[in-house]
Design a protein around this ligand. Sequence first.
Ligand code: NAD
Length: 386
Amino acid sequence: MAKPISIEVWNPAGKHRVVSTKSMPGTRWIRLLTDADCRLEICTEKKTILDVEDIQALIGDKCDGVIGQLTEDWGETLFSTLKRAGGTAFSNMAVGYNNVDLNAANTYGIAVGNTPGVLTETTAELAVALTVSASRRVVEADQFMRAGLYDGWLPHLFVGNLLKGQTVGIIGAGRIGSAYARMMVEGFKMNLIYYDLYQSTRLEKYMTAYGEFLKSQGEAPVTWKRASTAEDVLRDADVISLHPILDKTTYHLINKDRLSIMKKEAVLVNASRGPVIDEAALVNHLKANPMFRVGLDVFEDEPYMKPGLAEQKNAVVVPHIASASKWTREGMATLAALNVLGKVKGYPVWPDANKLEPFLDENSAPPAACPSIVNAKLLGLEVSKL
Ligand SMILES: NC(=O)c1ccc[n+]([C@@H]2O[C@H](COP(=O)([O-])OP(=O)(O)OC[C@H]3O[C@@H](n4cnc5c(N)ncnc54)[C@H](O)[C@@H]3O)[C@@H](O)[C@H]2O)c1
């Protein structure tokens, strides 16, 4: 017998049953679903991470769609359960979907949504915060201060790295990587080197134009370069921030060998996914190279850190909060809800997942479309002409 799971119910008489595995920020997403004749059930279990059995129990015998989280394992078991319950839609409340087995979703004809765009600036800003904290040893200095150890200014106290005029390296120059690059270039006048499988023409044009602008102001222009390998970025850059998706090409992209070619005083930042770094190799590298620093938002075995990492003073660590701004989290909730609602209602898919502003305007009704369905093509879903 399925385990009882505690839930909160909105609009009990609604025709379509939609389940959210977590309570999400804001209320607009709830209103959008309930106004569209959905009965919404929000899981209120205290457990931080639901296991597959919990979610099966939530889906039950009849469920049209589920809004889920990146900490959940959406594979064969859950998609077959959802299909049996008559469901056609799942949306992650996240832009990344490495927790989702897309083949399984396709097999059961289930649309998989994600929430791009709204995370871009917020995530990039946290990566900047980690970069500055690690470069200028902010967390170490804070701990020192609180411990009552400060007894006067000293020339050597918490000396770190200057960012201005140094080189920032990006691996994965998509939405977030490009936003981070611009922040570092505009904020600290850093030169850029990037590696991506694809050319980032927009970023390149921006860099060239920004360099011209600086020249027109009598300042030294910034330079940019597209590297042909990740190694070129690691060798050249003073700060490296990782922003690729997680897949088999980026799993342990940063390993022992690649760490060894980086500058001894480099700063490495990861706000993408934990397994992009071989974290055990990183701990060894941090121990052997005290001037090398990292800023980490994500970890290989979340919620755990590899042994030894917590003791490293040259590591700044935060608990996967890169997207945690109010505006972003509410936007993510809205987009996830609209992905599920759109599929349940039989709406087409929005043509450009990079232009989702019309869905986020609180003062008007959202378009009758699913904002972002990652397997839309494979499922042959119609594209909106709106
Ligand atoms: N820490 C967080 O809370 C948080 C928040 C948002 C996103 N993320 C992560 O950030 C990732 C990037 O998000 P985005 O919106 O910028 O996605 P995006 O798709 O716009 O960018 C990803 C980029 O990675 C590149 N890429 C793929 N494989 C690569 C490889 N082997 N080497 C180099 N580049 C490669 C792609 O070409 C693309 O340009 C997400 O997939 C997600 O995992 C984390």
